[in-house]
Design a protein around this ligand. Structure first.
Ligand code: GDP
Length: 362
């Protein structure tokens, strides 16, 4: 309906018609959903070998997928990349929440990149399945590193058991190395089994400690300390320096009580500040000295060979376990067997034998 004031007979001033409102959806926007094209194994491999980060990311997504068809492509890509992998320094980094892992990785990473290296930061966080999304390895925690083209940051895979998560991370290492990353960090929280998993895939295991939290040795699991090739005390800045030095002395003394490591290397204890980037060069000097030392005495290769063997057996175990528990007959049988064991109608061993016999008789 036209405005009465715009009637030619109207004697006053005309009112302009006004403009139409634009649609709330951009008409120039094309649907994004259909855009993703799938690639062949060779295309993925070529992309990764040429350092294409987008291809690398997509291949890692395939590794992380639980779909059998994705797994098949992923395994084929890994196999093709394997001959180009291995040329990196793999460092495991652990520490309790708040120890300063992400701040330190940011600083360590920037140091390495300034020296012309390329760094991939991966993570193993077994809690991520419960929390639906991992915090470890999260880009937002590493502000400086996350905008570097020579850094690739990937949060922890979130599916399945710790063994499954760890296997995916190990496979991701292979692809990252093939893509030219010569330094790999695997981050984990210093609270449990995940250190052991990280230890099975790195050349150097770095434990980040804090000073000033009372007894320095309290709360550090002996096993984690024993696995460490180097212990670094973070936040050695400002008023904290004195406490950090004291903690350093205590930890050095404590390490004397441990048996000699298989590598022949005596773990070192250093202080540094990830936040103020103090003592970072010294930490990396230590790691490089270690790598030289173990390459010289062949432990570097021995450790990697042992890890390769471990992962073969671990993969077999995981596969067997999954096949067994996902078997339809077994799924049906287990609840009743469990009830019989709980009500002491059957012993654990008899029940286990019955389950296994059922499985193998098919
Ligand atoms: P994460 O949980 O181990 O990853 O620890 P963050 O890197 O998130 O650090 C936990 C807290 O400690 C943050 O508030 C950091 O700012 C602080 N922090 C980390 N490194 C240092 C350091 O070298 N010196 C000081 N004073 N604070 C630090």
């Amino acid at each position: 309906m036209t405005h009465p004031e715009n009637n030619p007979k109207y004697l006053g001033l005309n009112v302009n018609k006004g403009v139409e409102q634009p649609p709330s959806i951009n008409p120039y926007l094309r649907s994004k959903r259909s855009a993703r094209r799938t690639f062949t194994v060779d295309e993925y491999t070529q992309g990764i070998l040429s350092g294409d980060i987008s291809m690398l990311s997509q291949a890692v997504t395939l590794i992380e997928s639980s779909k059998p068809e994705h797994q098949e492509i992923a395994q084929a890509i890994i196999n093709k990349c394997l001959p180009y992998s291995g040329n990196s320094v793999r460092v495991g980094i652990t520490g309790v929440p708040g120890a300063g892992k992400s701040t330190s990785i940011d600083s360590f990473g920037m140091h390495l990149i300034s020296k012309g290296h390329k760094l991939a930061v991966l993570a193993i966080d077994p809690s991520s399945e419960r929390s639906k999304g991992s915090i470890l390895g999260d880009k937002t925690r590493m502000e400086k590193l996350s905008v570097q083209k020579d850094a690739f940051i990937r949060p922890s895979p979130s599916a399945g058991s710790l063994g499954g998560v760890a296997r995916k991370t190990r496979e991701t290492i292979i692809l990252c190395e093939a893509a030219g990353f010569d330094h790999i960090f695997v981050e984990t929280v210093g609270v449990g089994q995940s250190e052991i998993a990280v230890h099975t895939m790195v050349d150097f295991f770095l434990l980040i400690q804090l000073s000033g939290t009372g007894d320095e040795l309290q709360g550090i699991k002996r096993g984690i300390m024993e696995m460490a090739d180097g212990i670094v005390i973070n936040k050695a800045d400002g008023d904290n320096i004195k406490k950090a030095n004291m903690a350093q002395r205590q930890l050095k003394n404590a390490l004397h009580l441990f048996p000699m490591a298989e590598s022949g290397w005596t773990p070192e204890v250093l202080t540094y500040s990830g936040f103020y980037s103090l003592g970072i060069v010294e930490v990396w000097d230590m790691i490089f000295r270690y790598i030289e030392f173990v390459k010289e005495n062949n432990y570097f290769d021995t450790r990697r060979n042992n890890q390769a063997k471990y992962w073969m057996y671990e993969t077999i175990n995981e596969r067997l376990r999954n096949d067994f528990y996902q078997n339809v007959e077994i799924e049906k049988l287990m609840p009743s067997l469990e009830a019989e064991v709980l009500s002491t109608k059957k012993s654990s061993f008899v029940a286990a034998k019955e389950a296994l016999d059922t499985y193998y008789s098919q």
